[in-house]
Ligand binder design. Structure first.
Ligand code: ZN
Ligand code: ZN
Length: 364
């Protein structure tokens, strides 16, 4: 079952409640860290949140009791000591809760069995796509993502100042990540991709000891986390001097991205945006070299829904924050990817990423 979240829901809790109402359940049990944080404000890495039609319960273990009290004042806090699940089970008595939905894609099979044993006689009902709660961002969330984007943009500008032949991919990635941390990031949003020369044909190439050389393409895919929210950006540059093929492939990827950005607006099916970029790349003769989807949602997780992908049936809504990241990867030669983070609006999109994306040849 795919669940729709009511558009009238204003707060994160309202959105969780509208999901409860739409799903024929009495309560939603939230175990995934990002969803729990979203619905309650509690940022700890463990705990059980239960959103009922009238209440929000939060059961945490001893380590988190004080933090939860401070971060989630709207919740009824269940101080669970060593057994938060037991505390939640005890709290169910007399609350008239007989059907509890849980995050079907997230909760491991063994844990479902344990929940059934402890929370019975209530029925535990698998709910698909609970993460969908978080797809449309409110202004405070967009502001946090924008801050994460700014930190990453500034770090990118600084790392270009140190990228030079003779530096290893690993050392370049350390510089980039250090610039993000110094610039105010909580942490990096994900392990950076930094791949040079022929290795740039690996869409997710981890930085290695390879020494970057003159004429190399260098792909950097990186993000900062700020206030719990992620950014995600990719840029590809050339060191020293560029050849014709590098310029041509770069131009095609940039074109594909521009066409896709042009199309983004509320009401457009996600898969149509993907198809637009894919057509530009195919028309240029590189169809087989773009093997991943065009983009994904970004928020508390760096990869979340909806996806800009051929199979994605979702339709764009104002407030969705997405990446647009076409790429061309030619084994043995290298690859180019350009990725921006954007916010969907009624009549278009706002591009948050400011890092320049014209073809850039760095002086060596
Ligand atoms: Zn990325
Ligand atoms: Zn991405």
């Amino acid at each position: 079952m795919t669940l729709e979240v009511s558009r009238a829901a204003r707060t994160h809790l309202d959105r969780a409640r509208s999901l409860v109402a739409a799903s024929n359940i009495d309560a939603l049990l939230i175990l995934k860290t990002e969803n729990r944080r979203y619905a309650t404000g509690f940022t700890g890495s463990a705990g059980l949140a239960l959103v009922t039609r009238t209440e929000e319960l939060l059961a945490v273990d001893f380590r988190y009791e004080e933090q939860a009290a401070a971060e989630a004042p709207g919740c009824t806090l269940l101080r669970g000591g060593r057994d938060p699940l037991g505390a939640l089970a005890a709290a169910l008595a007399g609350r008239g809760i007989s059907r509890i939905g849980f995050e079907a894609e997230f909760v491991p099979f063994a844990q479902v069995a344990r929940l059934r044993e402890k929370l019975g006689p209530a029925d535990l009902v698998p709910l698909s796509d609970v993460d969908r709660l978080r797809w449309v961002k409110d202004p405070a969330e967009v502001a946090a993502i924008s801050r994460a984007v700014e930190i990453a943009d500034a770090a990118y500008e600084r790392v270009l100042g140190v990228l030079r032949p003779g530096l290893s991919e690993r050392d370049a990635a350390v510089e980039l990540e250090t610039f993000m941390r110094r610039g105010g990031a909580d942490r990096v949003a994900f392990d950076s991709v930094l791949a040079s020369g022929p290795r740039s044909a690996l869409p997710h190439g981890r930085p290695t000891d390879r020494i970057i050389g003159p004429g190399d393409l260098v792909t950097l895919d990186f993000g900062a986390m700020w206030g719990g929210y992620c950014s995600d950006c990719t840029r590809t540059v050339v060191l020293g001097s560029a050849d014709e093929q590098q310029r041509r492939v770069y131009g095609v990827v940039l074109d594909a991205q521009r066409w896709a950005l042009e199309m983004i607006r509320a009401g457009v099916p996600c898969r149509d945006v993907d198809a637009r970029a894919r057509a530009v790349i195919a028309d240029a003769g590189y169809g087989a070299a773009f093997g991943h989807s065009l983009g994904h949602g970004v928020g508390l997780e760096v990869h979340e829904g909806p996806r800009l992908a051929p199979q994605e049936e979702a339709v764009l809504e104002p407030g969705m924050v997405l990446t647009v990241e076409p790429g061309i990867y030619l084994p043995g030669w290298g690859g180019v990817r350009i990725e921006d983070t954007v916010v969907v609006t009624e009549d278009g999109c706002r591009i948050l990423t400011r890092a320049p994306k014209e073809f850039r040849v760095l002086p060596v």
